[in-house]
Design a binder for this molecule. Structure first.
Ligand SMILES: [Mg+2]
Length: 263
């Protein structure tokens, strides 16, 4: 098949925690040799892209921070620019707020004399109660765009454990205000639109590969882009059978991607 851009999920697809998936390095060598572009996309908005760049580079995979990394944070910022907002109410880690501050003014506490143009929620591992309280007070009183970086309810950490993620935080706000966030990361197909522009490719020239059905595979379905589910992470072949939306292809791991692309 003729593909020009591969969008990679990372955890469960390229690596598992600290360990590179067997054959991953050879797969990226193949893509470089064939001059097929790739981008690593993460829904996780609690780390900046430099964190992922260093991790992938340390595995010996050829990559550049500017070209090969994209996250729900970049999608969110592009979306906010398209909305034409100036002042943003922001929940998130310092790295997220620093990025927002490059393009917008932001506040992260409630002030009855100030009304923001939008409320934005990122995955925060530095969350304090007053941030959530302020978001709720603004959303209760004003019809504001409410935007979340990602819908993941929980985030995998070491030893098969999970911590609360952005989706869980938004659920908390929903139960307080009745307002649902518009989610920017996977499975929202808007990320595909931005990547198509950035890499100057058509939808039929893209393939997305990942291990999670309700984000990685669903974004492919929603965007009408081919998808590959790898069985090296969260999903088993039983899960794929049970899930209502089917990936275009299923392979055991990233190791098999070159053979699939050769078909
Ligand atoms: Mg994954």
């Amino acid at each position: 098949m003729k593909k020009k851009l591969i969008i990679f999920d990372m955890d469960g697809t390229v690596y598992l925690g600290k360990n590179l998936i067997n054959g991953a390095k050879e797969t990226f060598d193949y893509l470089n040799q064939k001059k097929i572009d790739y981008v690593f996309f993460t829904n996780n908005s609690s780390h900046d892209l430099d964190f992922y760049f260093r991790k992938i580079q340390n595995f010996g995979i050829k990559c550049s921070l500017e070209k090969n990394f994209y996250s729900s944070v970049e999608v969110t910022l592009s979306y906010l620019k398209d909305l034409g907002v100036h002042l943003v109410y922001c929940i998130g880690n310092k790295s997220f707020k620093d990025k927002v501050a490059k393009s917008f003014k932001y506040i992260d506490r409630y002030d009855e004399n100030v009304t923001p143009d939008a409320v934005v929620c990122g995955f925060s591992t530095e969350l304090v109660y007053d941030e959530l309280k302020g978001a709720c007070l603004y959303l209760e009183q004003h019809e504001l765009p409410f935007i979340a970086t990602n819908l993941d309810w929980r985030c995998p950490i070491e030893d098969g454990l999970y911590i609360p993620d952005c989706g869980g935080m938004c659920e908390w706000i929903y139960h307080c205000t009745g307002k649902r966030a518009t989610v920017m990361g996977k499975p929202n197909p808007v990320m595909i639109d931005y990547l198509m522009k950035q890499f100057n490719v058509r939808k039929d020239e893209i393939i997305i590969i990942g291990d999670r059905l309700y984000t990685d595979i669903l974004v492919g379905v929603n965007a009408h882009v081919d998808s590959v589910c790898v069985l090296s992470g969260e999903s088993s072949s039983e899960d794929v059978k049970k899930y209502e939306h089917k990936p275009t292809y299923v392979i055991d791991s990233i190791k098999e991607l070159p053979a699939l692309l050769e078909e």
